[in-house]
Structure formats: C-alpha cells, structure tokens
Design a protein around this ligand. Structure first.
Ligand code: HEM
Length: 497
C-alpha cells in the first residue's frame, strides 16, 4: 500500500517537472523571438524562496528605510532589476518606457495584483478587480466624480470651520496629521454619501469615534496582510473581520436609508448626490457598499498624507509660506471659488512638489496575467527588452522615479516648487498613476487640497516648526511621516468673512 503512495508522489513530481520544462522552453522561444536579454539580478544567496530578502524588507520597513534602500538599489543595479521574495519572482523598474508599458500601452497584460490584500473590507470593488468587473465599477463611478461634482466648494468650507475649532488660537503646538485625516474623511463622506459627519469634533467612545478608529486601524491591518505575502492564504484575520464589520455597518446604514427614501419617492427628481446617482444605476446594495468604502479609503488617506507632509515642509520653509501668502493676497478676505483655485499657480506647484517628494502611493504594483515583455532593462546597457513570465509581480517605486536627477535636475532631492515653471514630465511624475487605471478622484483631490491650503493661508499668518524630529517613512495604506506634523499656527488678527 505504501508503495502505491510513493508511486503517486513520483508521478506527480514527474508531471510537475515536465510541465515546468515545457513552460520554460516556450518562454525561451518567446524571449528569443522578442530579442529579450536578462536584466540585472539583485544579489541573493538563495533565490528559490528568497527568505533572506523578505527578512531584509521587513526589517527595512520597521526601521523606516525601505524607500531610501529602494533608491540605493536603483543606483546600484540600474533602472530595472529582478529578484525573488517569498517564492514570488519580481521585477522592479523606474524606467519611464517600462512604466508606460505597464500602466498604459500593455495594460491588458497586467492585473492590479491587489486581490486578497484588502480581505473582506472592500470585496470585489474597483480597487481590487480586473477585466469586466473592474470596467463595470469604473463606468458606475465615472459620471459622479467629474468637475461638475466638485465645483461647489461650500461643503468643504463647513468642514474647514470644524477644523478651525480644533486648532489652538494661542500658537501652542498641535499635530496636524491626525486632524487632516479626520478632515478628509468628513469631506469625502459628504462628497459621496451626502451626509454631514464631524469626526473632527466627535467624542471618544462615541459610535462615530469607533468608526474613525476602525478606519485608522484598517490601514495597519492591510499593511500586515501585505507583509505576509503568500502566507496570507493560511492566515485567519479575525481582527480584520471585526474592523470591517464596524465599517460595513456604518456605510450600510446610510446606503439603506437613502435607498428606501429614493425608492418610495413619488416624484423621480434627478439625483443630487453621488449616492443617489449610483442607487439609480444598480439595486445591488452590497456592490454599492464596497464601491463606497473603496472610494472613502482612496479619498481619505491620500489627500491627508499630502496635506500632512506639506505642512511639515511649510513649517520649515517660511520663504515658501510667504510666497504663498503673496499669491493669495488678491483674494483679500474672500473665500476662493473653484475658478480662483485654477489660477493659483504657485499653490499648485507647492502641492505637486509635495507629491513628487512624498507620493502618498509610493509604489505601483501589477501582476503579469500572461507571459509578456517589458521594452527595456535587458542586456549590458539595459536597452533590450526583458522577459516577464506569467505571474511576475512588477513594481514601480514612484518615490524613486520622481527623484530622478536626469528628469528633475541635480537638486531632485530638494523641495523647490519653482522647478515646475519649466517641467512637464509625463511617465516620470505619477502621484495619481496613469493610463486606464488612473486615479478617479484627481480633480476632486486637487480642488480639496488647494482649498484647504488657501483657507489655512487666509486664517494663519505663520506656521512654525515645533519639533526637531526629521521626516521618517511610515507605512499605512499610504506613505506617512512617522514624526507627525507638529506645528504652531499663528492666527491673523482679522477674521475672514
Ligand atoms: C492626493 C490625493 C490622491 C492621490 C495621490 C491618489 C492616488 C491614486 C493612485 C496612485 C491610484 C492608482 C493606484 C494603482 O494604480 O494601483 C489611485 C486610484 C484611485 N483613486 Fe486616487 N488618489 C487621490 C485621491 C483620490 C480621491 C479623493 C478619490 C475619490 C474620492 C480617489 C479615487 C480613486 C479610485 C476610485 C482609484 C481606483 C482606480 C482604478 O483602479 O481604476 N482618489 N489613486
């Protein structure tokens, strides 16, 4: 009987080996046909599992040095190199030609590679799906996030007023980071769900406070799942399940009430909110739940990350603060309109420079859904195509890409908004990604961030540095500053009408 199992095992192994051989021969033929050459390999003592590299990555992330190390590797091994981590073959690239292929010209060769990462949080929604499901989600959301939906800035003003009540008026120290996360959450809830909440003013222990805590926690939990790699398959994530329940209940309650109101209404008024429009497009409330949560996630963390990093810089650069003050002087005491914002050139440059040096999404990832190529990175000069076997994960560090000295100048590591006077990068500046999967909230995000900054400039004459701690990389769903944004804000003497 025992021999029988050995026999079966041997047969299985032989079948696997023959399959591997066939695939490998097919790949060689494909590589020859396309003129592929191997790219540089990151030195690894063992490349079957890549456990050493995994441990190194975990240590770097813990020490807040992953992004710096990524930059060092591109300097050492060139713009495109490969490696293996926890059994996963990967290619890292910051070659703009490859980035263009990955995000746009060869879009259909790659999947988003995020399936499973968010667990039960956002189910099969736009952020996690590919193919027909993803197309359907984008079509559902697209009409509701254009210029028409973001032009009315009066909703943002209500939340700015709440923020102002949380800021000390005597110039004492405040950490803006957490406040910006709450502000952007309140903004995006109103944008999407047409509901006013003030997490900025909610009491610890209240239901809303628990929702905010769950949202804050979900970023860390997703990060933990990402670090598990293939081991995620064997992980029972009870904490994630409990956190998701709080968030699902929060949005389900709002969606169900809006659904009943809309369906029982006699007059079919045109929808006046994102939620009403999406309710007109589908009756699938679970689908709406996941799309809404995905959008809340995408819209809250990213803009808050930019604003926190921006104020960290501004507190150290009074020259830039002053130049911004001069630019908004023409508004006098009037609150900016959408058209005003479009004319604030320096303000936009300051925001772009923040996203260049501290991109909220510092890495873009894709997984090859078929054997394909990247146009560059192979051979001694790195100019030949590179074979990308099916299943390969491709990562593009936007953090390193956006600090390329050949594109942004020898002072690429410095914060200099004026560089944007003469720059027009495309595949080298991707804070919102690009191609068919480009961020859907870009228009709203610029309007929101520019409005917040211009209103803070109107309210405060100075922002002061209140900590000597340097900027430290910290990973949540987005890139954060582990030192926070501790500043002192000195109010202007006159209030804005
Ligand atoms: C500064 C603010 C923002 C930044 C830097 C940003 C950045 C990004 C990036 C890099 C991606 C692509 C991720 C990838 O390719 O894997 C993305 C996707 C997306 N973003 Fe944003 N985002 C911002 C704000 C927003 C806002 C406010 C919303 C909506 C309210 C939003 C909605 C989305 C959606 C729906 C996607 C998914 C697109 C898809 O997969 O087809 N984003 N964002």
């Amino acid at each position: 009987m025992m021999y029988y199992y050995y026999y079966l095992l041997l047969l299985g192994l032989a079948y696997w080996a023959v399959q591997r051989l066939i695939v490998s021969l097919e790949q060689r033929k494909f590589a020859r046909k396309n003129g592929c050459q191997p790219c540089q390999r990151i030195p690894q003592r063992e490349r079957l599992i890549g456990y050493g590299l995994y441990r190194q990555e975990v240590a770097l992330a813990r020490e807040g040095r992953s992004l710096q190390e990524a930059q060092n590797r591109f300097q050492l091994f060139g713009d495109t190199f490969s490696g293996v981590v926890m059994g996963q073959f990967f290619i890292s690239t910051i070659d703009p030609e490859n980035v263009k292929a990955l995000l746009s010209s060869q879009f259909s060769d790659f999947d988003s590679g995020k399936k499973g990462l968010f667990g039960p949080f956002i189910g099969d929604s736009m952020l996690t799906t590919d193919g027909a499901l993803w197309k359907h989600s984008r079509a559902l959301v697209r009409p509701h996030l254009g210029k028409g939906q973001v032009e009315d800035l009066s909703k943002l003003e209500g939340h700015i007023q709440n923020l102002l009540t949380c800021l000390p008026k005597d110039g004492s120290t405040v950490d803006l980071q957490q406040l910006f996360f709450r502000l952007t959450f309140d903004n995006v809830v109103e944008l999407l769900l047409n509901k006013q909440v003030s997490t900025l003013n909610c009491q610890p222990g209240s239901h809303l406070h628990k929702v905010v805590e769950a949202f804050e926690n979900v970023g860390n939990l997703v990060n933990r799942r990402a670090a598990l790699g293939p081991l995620l398959l064997f992980y029972r994530d009870t904490e994630m399940n409990a956190t998701c329940k709080i968030l699902h209940d929060f949005v389900d309650d709002i969606i169900e009430k809006a659904y009943l109101k809309r369906k029982t209404r006699k007059d079919r008024k045109p929808p006046n909110s994102f939620l009403d429009s999406i309710l007109d497009s589908t009756d699938d409330l679970v689908k709406i739940r996941f799309e809404v949560l995905g959008l809340l996630l995408a819209g809250r963390d990213t803009a808050a990350s930019v604003m926190s990093n921006l104020f960290f810089v501004l507190a150290r650069r009074p020259d830039i603060w002053q130049k911004l003050q001069t630019e908004i002087e023409y508004l006098q005491e009037r609150k900016p309109t959408y058209d005003d914002l479009r004319g604030l050139k320096y303000l936009r440059q300051v925001i772009d420079e923040t996203m260049r040096l501290y991109p909220p999404v510092p890495g873009l990832f894709r997984a090859a859904n078929r054997t394909t190529i990247l146009p560059r990175g192979g051979g001694h000069d790195g100019r030949s195509p590179v074979l990308v076997p099916k299943g390969t994960v491709i990562s593009c560090s936007t953090f390193s890409l956006q600090r390329r000295e050949d594109v942004f100048g020898p002072d690429a590591q410095e914060f200099r908004p004026e560089r944007w006077d003469s720059l027009n990068p495309h595949w080298e500046f991707l804070p919102f990604s690009a191609g068919p999967r480009v961020c859907m909230g870009q228009t709203y995000a610029y309007a929101e961030m520019m409005y917040i900054l211009s209103r803070m400039l109107q309210e405060f004459q100075q922002v002061e540095k209140r900590s000597e701690e340097p900027w430290v990389e910290k990973w949540s769903i987005v890139l954060l500053n582990g030192s926070g944004t501790k500043v002192g804000l000195i109010p202007k003497t006159r209030a804005i009408e």
